[in-house]
Ligand binder design. Structure first.
Ligand code: GLU
Length: 331
């Protein structure tokens, strides 16, 4: 599907790209048998383990999609990238970085131990739950809807529609939130939270329950690939400095405690969530060559069967293959 006519060379390769991606989705689908669908939020368990889909949207308008593309799913941890962006836009980068660090932890996303054991002065990074809940507490607003409005507005500017919450997932998550509550109470004791705990958690569960598609993830990724500017309109939606900072965090902390491996073997900024989504970003490359998407692209992947770290097993294999074959790595 061609959304613009900016690059005739890529247009002529489009069928080849489509066939190529179709073949590899078919090939990697067998890996959906491995791993498990997330079950700690009961409703997520209803996802179909065998789903696998990918959408790639280039800054030049070329879109390639394959596999299970029409399945809506909740954004989960991928929301943390965008609440971080919104918080930086509202409060300024230095305010946020004074209060949440940018170090990978090498531990599970919902670990409490590292906060206490290492006596840190601030949560490790915005993508572990302690950091994400702290960031959510910093969003402007007196109600969860007020806090979420700027996030939904940002999505609307990028996607052209305002995504809605999946109420069932929200309820399921809220009712089974013992660990996130424990993290919240510990953050409260450390005086990291800037809003009431209940309000913060309600907002956090809602942000995780926003429903999106892989095309949406690819579109969000494309705008980040373009340093925050919408390539279709030329409008700056996210300030360049904030978009770049978000991408550096995705590269170092975006794939749970497998972030180092993903950076080494795939080599592009990405963020995953426990519902099986991954948003990945290939920035424009100033290289010679005949690689597709030289101008950069956003990639959305969905595959709900997860490994022990919480990443989609088949999704990572597919991404790794395509990134290698198309030389998308930033290194
Ligand atoms: N709602 C999830 C939680 O905090 C987000 C998990 C994730 O996608 O990593 O438990």
């Amino acid at each position: 599907m061609v959304q613009g006519a900016a690059n005739q060379n890529i247009n002529s390769n489009e069928q080849w790209l489509q066939n190529y991606v179709d073949d590899w989705v078919k090939f990697y689908r067998k890996h959906t048998k491995e791993g498990e669908v997330a079950s700690y939020i009961p409703i997520l368990q209803e996802a179909n383990q065998h789903h696998l889909g990918i959408s790639i949207i280039g800054n030049n308008g070329v879109t390639i999609e394959s596999g299970d593309v029409g399945i809506p799913f909740t954004i989960q941890s991928i929301s943390k990238v965008f609440t971080f962006i919104v918080a930086c836009m509202q409060r300024g980068v230095s305010y946020i970085l004074d209060r949440v660090d940018v170090e990978p932890t090498g531990e599970a996303f919902n670990s409490i131990m590292h906060l206490e054991m290492r006596q840190v002065k601030k949560p490790f990074n915005p993508f572990v739950n302690a950091g994400a809940i702290t960031i959510t507490s910093m969003l402007n607003g007196k109600t969860s809807n007020e806090k979420l409005n700027p996030l939904l507005h940002l999505f609307e500017q990028i996607l052209g529609y305002r995504p809605s919450l999946n109420e069932e997932v929200y309820e399921s998550e809220r009712k089974t939130s013992i660990r996130n509550r424990a993290i919240g109470y510990y953050l409260l004791e450390l005086e990291y939270l800037e809003s009431d705990l209940e309000l913060t958690l309600e907002t956090y569960f809602k942000q995780c329950s926003i429903e999106i598609s892989i095309n949406d993830l690819a579109t969000l990724g494309m705008v980040l690939a373009n340093d925050g500017e919408d390539p279709k309109t030329g409008l700056e939606i996210i300030p360049r400095q904030v978009a770049r900072l978000a991408k550096s965090l995705m590269l170092t902390c975006g794939m749970y405690n497998a972030s180092g491996k993903f950076a080494a073997y795939v080599g592009i900024p990405a963020k995953s969530g426990v519902s099986g989504g991954i948003v990945a970003i290939a920035p424009p490359r100033f290289r010679e060559g005949d690689f597709p998407f030289l101008e950069g692209c956003g990639i959305g992947v969905y595959g709900p069967a997860l490994d022990k770290q919480g990443n989609s097993i088949a999704g990572i294999r597919l991404l790794r293959h395509i990134a290698k074959q198309w030389d998308l790595s930033i290194f």
